[in-house]
Design a protein. Structure first.
Lengths: 436, 175
């Protein structure tokens, strides 16, 4: 290892140390990159990179997809577009074993796709679906586990901000990522439903069958209220599939439709909108800082030759693409226990990007695997954020352990899905190949 | 000092919110015009990228710092002793101030150059972008100032007569 490579290696350690001391991730990566380049090359080079990189990134037209999709998500989450979503799913599916849990999975998939936030979805359904399931005699563990797991579906089912960030950082097509996520996202939901059904068939006491007398009017009313979310999601994905929209345009159209539909239904209020705008601006700035930090850090690892050295070193041990994917999966699952999704992605991508290129791994496929892994991290102990969100929404009545126990089965279903996504790349790559 | 920082941050956030709405309307208008009349509004991509997106990214930096909502990792932080937590928080604000300050200073240079030559992007019509060049350094420098204010507040708090006063420091809240 020469001096420059050594500086590269040391800087990774320094970034991790700073991040664990709660220094904002983007700032930590950016400052270490600046210092590292100044030490390894020259202060002038460091200033040059610091000036050039953010400037190039701002010019990326795809970046504007982030505020548009964030806005769509915040408006959708606050505008009560989901009021009867769970109810109509429940009325339609209550004949299935564990039908209420399945209804939760399906309505949470729709909601999380539009809101783009796993945490918001789990919080919302913990308050609405969990009490109904418990009232029907469902085991608390199954009910809370289903809500925590179902919240994660949104990151794979487009639109997804995680995919936009991945696409910008790895210079891959965001539209292709969106389309690639559809089948794995639906597959994940299907696996959850299969798990619920089989589990309840084996152990019927977990979820007593619900016999509900519903008048035709009530059924019609519930169903008539469901259309806004599917309409928005299908318009956005359909527009991308047909090649009508760039990601930014899809985001703007999605946000515009969400606002319009909320206004039509009378659930669009000025304080909510102002709140959504503030969150959107803050969210965009926060994501940009971490993207810029990662881009600067990527330059440092490139300049110092560490990226090449690391790639050579790893490649000596991991000789096939599958081995690389499995190793990265293991790494993400471990990191997922401690860090949040965007941080994991942007801390690791600068290091592993050359490795992926060397092995000719399809970046769209890898993007889907990454997003799936990061979402699994949201329900794994000890720091599954979704679990904590469900816990805090329910308060003291449900112990944390019960929720983790309930999520365990869904985690198994997720591992099956992950294995299928890895084993059969066409699950991800088929839709982008025929769309756009 | 704290009030001024809050006021500035809020004003910048309002501007960023307005930019978000204008961006939404512009892009939707462009999509409608393209699909209905087969006519792309000229200069939309330039205006969105040079003005609106820059405003949405850089103007909220101050508020982000004020609320300490920059994406950060809490895992270890909670188990550290309070004194170390204060040190970490101060280091965080200091590094943020230096990072934003450096970037702000670099882009102030870019802005001055752009103003001198009245920079524009040529296309269907010449979109002047020199005024937009001031948004980046403005957002960054105000962000750096707010970071310094936060740093000072912790220092005042630590050195002040009442050590139990709230530092305005919030744990958690990362996604």
């Amino acid at each position: 290892m020469n001096e420059r490579e050594f500086i590269g290696a040391i800087s990774i350690g320094v970034v991790l140390l700073l991040v664990f001391l709660r220094i904002p991730v983007g700032i930590a990566m950016g400052m270490v990159a600046f210092g590292g380049i100044a030490a390894a090359i020259s202060p002038n080079a460091a200033f040059g990179v610091l000036k050039a990189v953010p400037f190039e990134m701002v010019g990326d037209w795809n970046l504007s997809a982030i505020p548009m999709f964030l806005l769509m998500g915040y408006v959708a989450a606050s505008a009560d577009l989901t009021k009867n979503l769970f109810k109509s799913a429940r009325l339609t599916l209550n004949w299935l074993p564990g039908g209420l849990a399945t209804a939760t999975v399906i309505s949470a998939a729709l909601f999380s796709s539009a809101s783009g936030s796993s945490l918001a979805t789990s919080a919302a359904f913990a308050r609405t679906a969990v009490p109904e399931m418990r009232k029907a005699g469902y085991s608390t563990s199954l009910a809370t586990g289903a809500v925590a797991a179902a919240g994660t579906l949104g990151a794979l089912i487009p639109p997804s901000v995680l995919m936009i960030v991945f696409g910008i950082t790895m210079s891959t097509s965001i539209n292709d990522l969106f389309l690639a996520g559809v089948v794995p996202g639906l597959l994940s939901a299907l696996m959850f439903i299969v798990y619920i059904t089989v589990r309840v068939l084996l152990q019927p006491s977990l979820a007593p069958r619900v016999t509900e007398e519903v008048s035709p009017e009530e059924r019609r009313e519930a169903l008539s209220d469901v259309w806004p979310l599917p309409v928005i999601i299908i318009s956005v994905i359909g527009g991308i599939f047909a090649g009508f929209f760039t990601p930014t345009e899809a985001g703007a159209v999605g946000a515009g439709m969400t606002i319009l539909l909320a206004a039509v239904r009378g659930s669009f209020t000025w304080p909510n909108f102002r709140d959504a705008l503030g969150k959107t601006a803050n969210g965009t700035a926060g994501i940009f800082i971490i993207i810029v930090g990662a881009a600067l850090f990527q330059r440092l690892l490139g300049f110092t030759g560490f990226a090449n050295m690391f790639t050579d070193m790893i490649s000596a041990h991991l000789t096939t693409p599958l081995a690389v994917i499995l190793a990265i999966s293991a790494l993400y699952l471990i990191l997922g226990c401690f860090l949040d999704s965007i941080s994991i992605m942007l801390l690791t991508l600068p290091v592993i990007a050359p490795l992926l290129q060397l092995h000719g791994i399809d970046l769209i496929w890898f993007g889907i695997i990454t997003v799936k892994l990061l979402e699994i991290g949201l329900v794994t102990p000890p720091l599954g954020m979704n679990i904590f969100v469900v816990k805090s929404a329910l308060g003291d009545e449900v112990p944390l352990g019960t929720i983790f126990k309930g999520a365990l089965g869904f985690l198994l279903a997720d591992f099956v899905t992950l294995a299928l996504i890895i084993a059969f790349p066409f699950l991800s790559l088929w839709l982008p190949s025929i769309g756009g | 000092m704290e009030r001024l920082a809050t006021l500035l941050s809020r004003a910048m956030l309002v501007l960023a919110g307005i930019a978000t709405v204008v961006m939404l309307v512009t892009i939707v208008a462009d999509v409608i015009s393209k699909s209905a009349f087969n006519f792309a509004l000229p200069g939309v991509d330039r205006i969105v990228a040079s003005y609106l997106m820059v405003a949405v990214i850089f103007l909220p930096l101050a508020m982000l710092e004020l609320l300490e909502e920059n994406i950060a990792v809490d895992v270890l932080y909670h188990v550290l002793p309070t004194s170390i937590q204060h040190l970490c928080a101060m280091l965080g604000h200091l590094l943020t101030a230096v990072f934003y300050g450096l970037l702000g200073w670099l882009y102030a240079g870019v802005a001055i150059e752009a103003i001198e030559i009245r920079e524009f992007v040529s296309g269907a019509w010449n979109v002047p972008i020199w005024p937009a060049r001031m948004i980046m350094p403005a957002g960054l420098i105000i962000g750096a100032i707010v970071a310094l204010v936060k740093l000072c507040l912790i220092l005042i708090d630590l050195l002040g007569p009442n050590p139990h006063r709230d530092t305005g420091h919030h744990d958690g809240d990362f996604q």
